[in-house]
Design a protein around this ligand. Sequence first.
Ligand SMILES: NC(=O)c1ccc[n+]([C@@H]2O[C@H](COP(=O)([O-])OP(=O)(O)OC[C@H]3O[C@@H](n4cnc5c(N)ncnc54)[C@H](OP(=O)(O)O)[C@@H]3O)[C@@H](O)[C@H]2O)c1
Length: 322
Amino acid sequence: MLYRRLGRSGLQLSALSFGAWLTFGGQVGRSQARELLALAHDHGVNFFDNAESYGHGAAEQLMGDVLADLRFPRDSYCVSSKVMLGAVAQPLPTQRGLSRKHVIEACHQALQRLRVDYLDLYFCHQYDPETPVAETVAAMDTLVRQGKVLYWGTSGWPAEAIEEAHRVAAAAHLYAPTMEQPRYNLLQRDRVEQEYAPLYQRYGMGTTVWSPLASGLLSGKYNDGVPADSRLAVHDELRRELLDGDAGPSALAKLRRLQPLADELGGSLAQLAIAWCLSNPQVSSVILGASRIEQLQQNLAALEILPRLDQGMRQRIEQAVA
Ligand SMILES: NC(=O)c1ccc[n+]([C@@H]2O[C@H](COP(=O)([O-])OP(=O)(O)OC[C@H]3O[C@@H](n4cnc5c(N)ncnc54)[C@H](OP(=O)(O)O)[C@@H]3O)[C@@H](O)[C@H]2O)c1
């Protein structure tokens, strides 16, 4: 495993991490979750990502259950939660958002579900236009000072709101966000490469990026249709976004151009896509998702082809997805 600093903080995260979205508490039951977490930890993965909204709390419950069962030393891994969307299907106004009330209560609930005394990373899951940024920053600062959260960050916030959070924190001597959690993959890259570009140097922010395979599309599994047991077969909204309209044919054409490059690298398309994310030095950790053990095995091995992504190969990848 490779380890990278989370931005300018001293936290060393594994360059590949593992998340629970749509799998834990959904496709993946307890024994498979146990196998996946054990495999990841054995390979040096030290960051497990979760959120209050995943499976309406069921993903955190399952992860907490399995982490307790596996008895990994608490200082050998980091676990996250995210607050904003609520942990129930139809949250009441006080059960969602980034108000001081919900940020604090959601943290307490996540600690219980995950069965830990503190969250290593705690994210604001999207921007909340109905809460002043200063209120959220102050609530996060409270949790950090109480030792319930070690590092807090944003996920999918507009760059200007992140800058506001830093300004507020600096002016009031509060803990500022350490990291952003954006989507980043070969097909969806603008935010990380353009909108957030000023944030890395100016504020030393790290990134824990998600959907490195665009929900599996970049593995090539959808090249000849939608397999019955796949994510896009189950989640219509993702299929519409990624495969329907113009997006699908354009993505599939890019994949056809990437395949010979993956062959030349001696890896799979999925490994090329993951290694490509890691070749961006602003990426602190790439959060993998997997519904099966073989997928996680394959994805973790992306590290083997990373050294082969030299400048020439990166340029050819750029041309293939242009
Ligand atoms: N902050 C946020 O807003 C946010 C949003 C989304 C996700 N995340 C985090 O990021 C993590 C990863 O995101 P993601 O799950 O979208 O990642 P992804 O790598 O883009 O997609 C993972 C899915 O692709 C399929 N897959 C994975 N490896 C494969 C392989 N080698 N061959 C074929 N299919 C493969 C599996 O789905 P099937 O087998 O079901 O087809 C798997 O569940 C999440 O678990 C979550 O922790 C954060």
